[in-house]
Design a protein around this ligand. Sequence first.
Ligand SMILES: [Zn+2]
Length: 137
Amino acid sequence: MQKPTYLSDSELVALAWQARDLASAPYSNFQVGAALTASDGRVFTGCNVESSSYGLSICAERVALTKAISEGAREFVTIAVAAQGKGTVSPCGACRQLLHDYAPNLRVLLSGQEGKHTEHPLKELLPLAFSAEQLSK
Ligand SMILES: [Zn+2]
């Protein structure tokens, strides 16, 4: 099998910004985009999608991850998250947990301004994470 090629971090961040343009955030007016690289090189994007029943809203990161899983991807390398807020915007707790369930060694790129990003290991963003291993007795 051919070794997969991955987009550069800057390219992945640019895709997250593009995905952000598609956000459906009429309630918060806070648009977020994400781009997730699977270990096979495929990239899955997501944007936040809000509901009038606020609790049903879903974050860009989880949209990207569930899209990827629904298309057969199971291992992931890097996610880029793009949002314009105060400083960089990092994934919420729910997203951190779901990402950790599928990709505990994920690299997370946070971009609060186009063309710039910072890099963080997911393990740094979710220390002492709950994991499936803890389900065994
Ligand atoms: Zn989230």
